[in-house]
Ligand binder design. Sequence first.
Ligand code: AMP
Ligand code: ZN
Length: 458
Amino acid sequence: MELQLFNTLTRQKEIFTQPDQSPVKMYSCGPTVYGFAHIGNLRTYVFSDLLRRTLEYNGFKVAQVMNSTDVGHLTDDADQGEDKVEQQAKREAKSALELTRSYEEAFLHDLDALHIERPTQWLRASEHIQEQIALIQQLEAKGVTYQTSDGIYYDTSTFPRYGEFARLHTAGQQEGARVQVNTEKRHPTDFALWKFSPANQQRQMEWGSPWGVGFPGWHLECSAMVMKAFGPTADIHTGGIDHIPVHHTNEIAQSEAVTGQALARFWLHGEFLIIDEGRMGKSEGNALTLKTLQAKAFDPIAYRFWLLQTHYRTKLNFTWEALEAAQRGWQNMTAEIERWGAIEPGQRNEDFEQRFHEAINNDLDLPKSMAITWELLRSEIPTNDKLATLLGFDRVLGLGIESIRPITLPEELNTLLQERETARQAKDWEKADTLRQQLLDAGYVVEDRPSGAFVRRA
Ligand code: AMP
Ligand code: ZN
């Protein structure tokens, strides 16, 4: 079955193939590790996880590289402002190393909690300084760089296709007005490859280079790491939608000016999680973390379950009510499966499987595949076949279906349940409530549904 993916490069769905059957070279721009990832960032990583799992479902092997931006990301994208990591390290009175390692660890925990498969390779910007310097030297040899008082810059006017990827009209484009515009830049879109350490300030993270002591520009690390891990061209490159006009546009200019080859065959971008009609972001002050959700008794998987209901190229507005509804939906699904009792998986249902596969292969139509999953659960096919089919779906959904243990109530609790049913029928509500409480104390919630008593784990 063909796998169609929406390629930002061409702005259309294209058939993805891997002619030589080698592992798919997938590069996912990683987090800037100066704080906890917010659930918006995590939406982007759930999206790349779904992409990776879909590729695996289709029989591809995937080699996924993710970078850790632990140096060089400035508070303003126009190469001005402070280094986010250095600034936060001062605030938390930690070394940059302590800070970034602890947030990297927190990030990887978030990935685990959301059942996001860990990247096969995790590369740190600060550990690839020589590769980045070498890349600047190659760019210098091509004559596409220039030096200013604060760094080495890429002259974007030398790259004729600059901005084509983002459909940018660069003529007359203004730099953001939030910080003072760098007057030494030749064009507003030029960007730093290497920044000099300020003369009056000792940075924690700085390195010697042919041009002077300093640190690499933010965009450079991804170009250097793709090259290191995969050579000139990755099969797939992913990130959030905000990366299109600046970060990925600049990665393309840097890499392709040197290699003369496409940086990636497919580019996929996840839409934003928004809140109160605005982007969720750390600097916007509206960021929620997975910890916040957990503190409010939300299961991280309820968040994943919620994300599955919206296509990755659609904006998604966060509300607590929506998350509550998702948590209920996830509990219902779990309870349904628990209720099947102790069974062995049977035969996978080909019809359901075919429809599910078609949905995910249509540019990851997870909302549709979730609808098919519910249909499967409510269908008349034998329970053990449902379970087998569902376990197959879960290779993509990543909900952790296999760890749902069927409920087989111990004998004495089963008796309590029967007694409660009898009490209810006799409209002895007091007794029914007492029995319900006893079951709850034993770890089981009883819900009364039109179909009868419904038991799930507390
Ligand atoms: P950062 O840690 O800022 O480098 O961002 C990590 C990833 O999160 C990038 O791929 C961004 O595009 C993505 N991202 C940032 N904000 C959001 C948001 N509100 N919704 C979805 N993805 C986001
Ligand atoms: Zn990147």
